[in-house]
Write a protein that binds this ligand. Structure first.
Ligand code: S3P
Length: 433
């Protein structure tokens, strides 16, 4: 147990690194391996606690899962090979686990219950309950459409569904339920969200028609076990890129980063605000784009994020907001009310933490504005990430350029996506003790 963590400012980021596997892709490979026939082998599986939660749920559904040195093996028994769980499945902090597995459970002829930690039990679940009910699943929830969800599935029919809020988790839940439905299931979206589920479904042998905007899945495919390598997590890389842009003189090379176009908009954004982020040696691996990313320090200009960019950079917004104080013009975010229903209310948590460090922050219902350098240098402070991994990492990176030490409370929450965050940061800053 780490408790609080003191982050001292200064140093320069320097080095070459290969980060652990992408969280989103790891979840999907594990879930599809569980539904496929045969032994899948997933290398560079994410070290994120969230992805361990998915594996625990897969075990709870009666499958054999082993994990050693970043390689996960799952012995799938096909679409009908899951067993009624003896205990409620626990997704812990992971919204992706709960919502995507809700789609899988809706396709199963047994009753199951899936829940999560106190943060996840506060998050909205109506968004998956609605379409799964339309498909014919019985879904009950705690008051206010919150987890735990009790699902009795089977006998699903395909639907044509447009999620009211852009969400890759909801799209994925519906497509996964569609695997076991009668007839075609279609999901439409006007704002594109990450398409790892579609890519992975095809890799495991499912047939999907259409493309971005309207994707349809044909039911009852034979999914076959695969050997896959998970690309490094771009959303994790963004915190190290952020640190490189806070500390003058820094330069960093990240190997084999996932560059799926539905995720990599953040790199374009960095370039648009003057951050020299370069991509090299790009290749396609199992339908996912992978490449090396390099970045060096440069003064950054700042800018605004709104509209469709929000969904494309949803997990990067905490880091970008925290960088605001290091930009010329500040960072302003709009249309991002979804941030209020993530692992914490990220708008409120960022505004609170950054203000504690002396930043000038204006909070809006759908975003925030963090003033640039002219508002003054940040100072070290005691900050509370509200149990949210991305808030803890964003505030820690902001602390690197502050005057004096920052104490991050409950810093162990970084393990949800990047257990080695602090040691990696210290190593790359040459300050590992
Ligand atoms: C994720 C989708 C996003 C993202 C989350 C991971 C996924 O959530 O914020 O961290 O793996 O599908 P929404 O789909 O709810 O926006």
């Amino acid at each position: 147990m780490m408790g609080k963590k003191v982050v001292s400012p200064g140093g320069t980021m320097e080095g070459v690194i290969e980060l652990p596997g992408d969280k989103s892709i790891s979840h999907r490979y594990a879930i599809l391996a569980a539904l496929a026939e045969g032994m899948s082998e997933i290398s560079n599986y994410a070290s994120a606690a969230d992805c361990r939660s998915t594996l625990e749920c897969v075990r709870g559904l009666g499958l054999e899962v082993t994990s050693a040195n970043g390689v996960v093996r799952i012995a799938g028994k096909g679409l009908d090979g899951l067993r009624e769980p003896k205990r409620p499945l626990d997704a812990e902090n992971s919204g992706s686990t709960l919502r995507m597995l809700a789609g899988v459970l809706a396709g199963q002829r047994f009753a199951s219950k899936i829940t999560g930690d106190s943060s996840l039990r506060k998050r909205p679940m109506r968004r998956v309950m609605d379409p799964l009910r339309q498909m014919g699943a019985e879904v009950r929830s705690a008051e206010g459409d919150r987890a735990p969800l009790e699902i009795r599935g089977g006998n699903l029919r395909g639907i044509d569904y447009t999620p009211p809020t852009p969400s890759a988790q909801v799209k994925s839940a519906v497509l996964l339920a569609g695997l076991s439905a009668e007839g075609i299931t279609t999901v439409r979206e006007s704002i594109a969200t990450r398409d790892h589920t579609e890519v992975a479904l095809r890799e495991f042998g499912a047939t999907l028609d259409g493309a971005r905007g309207a994707i349809s899945i044909r039911p009852r495919p034979k999914l076959t076990a695969r050997q896959l390598v998970v690309p490094s997590d771009l959303s994790t890389a963004v915190f190290l890129i952020g640190a490189t842009l806070v500390l003058p003189g820094s330069s960093l090379l990240l190997h084999n980063v996932g560059l799926n176009p539905t995720r990599s908009r953040v790199l374009d954004f960095f370039n648009s605000i003057g951050a020299p982020v370069r991509i090299a040696t790009v290749q396609m691996r199992s339908g996912e784009l992978v490449g090396d990313v390099s970045v060096r320090y440069a003064p950054i200009e700042g800018g605004e994020i709104s509209g469709s960019k929000v969904a494309e950079m949803i997990d990067e917004l905490p880091m970008l907001a925290a960088l605001g104080a290091y930009t010329e013009k500040g960072i302003e975010i709009h249309d991002a009310q979804e941030l209020r229903v993530k692992e914490s209310d990220r708008i409120a948590a960022l505004a609170e933490g950054l203000r504690q460090m002396g930043a000038k922050v204006e909070e809006f219902p759908d975003g925030l504005r963090v003033e640039g350098r002219s508002a003054g240098k940040l100072r070290g402070a005691k900050v509370d990430p509200h149990g949210d991994h991305r808030i803890a990492m964003a505030l820690s990176v902001a602390a690197l350029g502050a005057e004096g030490d920052t104490t991050v409370l409950d810093a162990e929450c970084v393990a949800v996506s990047f257990p080695d965050f602090f040691s990696t940061l210290d190593r790359l800053r040459g300050s590992e003790k």
